[in-house]
Design a protein around this ligand. Sequence first.
Ligand code: NAD
Ligand code: UDP
Ligand code: UDP
Length: 322
Amino acid sequence: MQGQKRVLVTGGAGFLGSFLCERLLQEGHEVLCADNYYTGSRDTVLHLLDDPHFEVIRHDITFPLYVEVDEIYNLACPASPIHYQFDPVQTVKTNVHGAINMLGLAKRTKAKIFQASTSEVYGDPAVHPQVETYRGCVNPIGPRACYDEGKRCAETLFFDYHRQYGVEIRIARIFNTYGPRMHPNDGRVVSNFIVQALRNEPITIFGDGTQTRSFCYVEDLIGGFLKLMAAPDGFTGPVNLGNPEEFQVRELAEMVIDMTGSKSHIVSKPLPMDDPTRRKPDISRARDELGWQPSVPLCEGIEKTIAYFEWKLSGASKALPG
Ligand code: NAD
Ligand code: UDP
Ligand code: UDP
């Protein structure tokens, strides 16, 4: 097929990765998914396994990988605080050694390489909303640092491989994203609240719930990935990708209780150390330079995510809902 590329997706069996693999296959590409199943699972890509253009390998990107590809999306890394803090040394290795290996692969094959960076590079931001030129406020020795500083170092490596070896890079700073196929035990706020509400268990708000996040629906985000990858040569980013509508965590809890008709009540838990107080992307760069902006409002995306978890918790195990 004309324009068909061989695309490597690391972390392709994770939440975002599974949607990306699916979308790339729909666009007619050949997709190689590399994942060590640390937080992902074959279940998220089970529905793709019959596609002759799709292949999965169990591989940890902290080790070298020799394959022939045209494009690389580097998504491998646990994204939920409970998971990335469970083995922080491995998180740093994945972000740093993993980036070096994938950049070495990109350099050898002359592949274009995309990095799934994060709003966490801004830490607990002093600038609001966050613009790409803001350099952030990160605690380098705190419990989140393995992720935040790991991702910051990965950005450094991407720019150094670009300047030193001419590797064509694309850096997306992704803000909180949610949707179907999140793991019920993922630990992030949207999946926690929906699962708790559907089970009529207490909704756990960390701190007083006035901290804010801006939630992007997964399919909106993946559209942004493809636009960024397709941007003209030399468009390195970083570019913020996220939904700029900002909500308090407490508002999210109330919305989920309301939409599920749950009997759950809200309980307070301690606020984790270094938990950012507020977060909202300035997406002017994505809008003006990539022509991208999200279109799914939170209530609509939450409704779809609730439907997914209702199906998942009802015991369905194999095929995914449409
Ligand atoms: P996820 O935890 O669902 O997926 C991560 C995937 O990477 C999993 O399948 C996991 O098994 C795999 N993985 C972890 N370490 C690996 C290693 N060393 N080698 C190979 N595979 C490995 O998380 P997600 O939400 O899909 O996030 C994907 C990427 O996007 C991550 O890099 C994350 O930092 C970034 N990101 C996500 C969000 C979000 O809100 N979802 C926000 C900012 C950044
Ligand atoms: N690498 C890889 N696949 C490749 C090429 C390189 O995994 O196809 C790894 C390799 O193991 C190396 C890393 O990428 O450790 C960085 O490669 P680079 O060429 O930049 O460094 P060097 O090999 O010179 O140390
Ligand atoms: N949070 C919460 N209850 C939960 C899980 C998370 O109140 O059960 C809060 C968390 O303290 C943070 C926000 O929700 O302020 C988003 O947390 P998440 O882990 O989803 O993402 P991140 O902190 O990385 O933005």
